[in-house]
Design a protein around this ligand. Sequence first.
Ligand SMILES: Cc1cc2nc3c(=O)[nH]c(=O)nc-3n(C[C@H](O)[C@H](O)[C@H](O)COP(=O)(O)OP(=O)(O)OC[C@H]3O[C@@H](n4cnc5c(N)ncnc54)[C@H](O)[C@@H]3O)c2cc1C
Length: 307
Amino acid sequence: MHITDIMRGGTPTFSFEFFPAKTPEAAETLYQTIRELETYMPHFVSVTYGAGGSTRDLTHELVERIKATTKLDPIPHLTCVCHTEEEIDGILQRYAQSEIGNILALGGDPPRGLAYDKKSDFFQHAVDLVKFIRRFNDSGAHPDPRGFGIGVAGFPEGHPATPNRLAEMDHLKAKVDAGADYIVTQVFFDNRDYLDFRERCALAGINVPIIAGIMPITSMSGFKKLAELAAGARFPAKLIRALQRCENDREMVNRVGVHFALEQCHDLLDNDVAGIHFYTLNRSDATRVIFDSLGIPRRRDAQLSMG
Ligand SMILES: Cc1cc2nc3c(=O)[nH]c(=O)nc-3n(C[C@H](O)[C@H](O)[C@H](O)COP(=O)(O)OP(=O)(O)OC[C@H]3O[C@@H](n4cnc5c(N)ncnc54)[C@H](O)[C@@H]3O)c2cc1C
């Protein structure tokens, strides 16, 4: 379904993010998670895209499998990194044929452990990818006359590559002006960052929905890894203090992290958030606890269908 139809309900959207599994065991966990979360009937689920190599095909396959075997609406991530124009066109053709409604268009993380020259990428920034998808949409190759709905990334705390926050906002505005329909934010732990970002977007004339990215901390190792991966993420003293109190008790760390994320979600809902996007890390437990505690009615009954 096109994102503008998904968002039309007027109530906040709820969505879950998965990454493609690389081993049979990880795939089993992922499909179990998808089965468990399917019953919550999120407005959409999204599937991340690797920086290169075989995991990229896994993204396409997972997206198509979710589309074909569940009631979920998958949104693939697509990045500029290590891609030619022809490759991106081929991927869009394939998704259009599979009736995928939306794409999250991203700059992309550089591949790890591989020599990489960004200058060799046909698309230098996400805005170029957004423009290309818009042209693809105009070509009429998608079964929906509007083509793909287009999402882009936003960084409430700022993106590390652009310390100039005014210039950064100009870059975000360029993506929206080029045709992005919505923004999904990087994970954040202080809602004031999201609310201030939303206000700054409004001042810049960015008027598309801004979906908040939420990731519950479920382990100390995950916490430290996140600090590494989401470079620049700020962890409020309140969260660090709470985690430090119980850092040697795995179960308690999980509860503290989930509770913190739940409080964030309640506060975001009180502040008319457009949507909440859960970074699930392919596990359902934390997301289910939060969802069940938010008191959100299920959208409609769903039968488990993923094979
Ligand atoms: C919701 C979300 C999902 C993500 N999913 C994935 C994923 O699946 N796979 C993956 O590899 N990565 C993913 N990422 C990470 C993301 O690709 C990186 O953080 C990337 O560095 C930024 O992506 P972007 O789309 O904002 O890129 P861009 O919009 O291209 O911005 C990247 C940087 O370049 C600057 N910039 C933009 N335009 C210009 C310009 N014209 N001139 C100069 N500077 C410019 C921006 O200010 C920013 O600092 C995700 C991030 C988010 C928030």
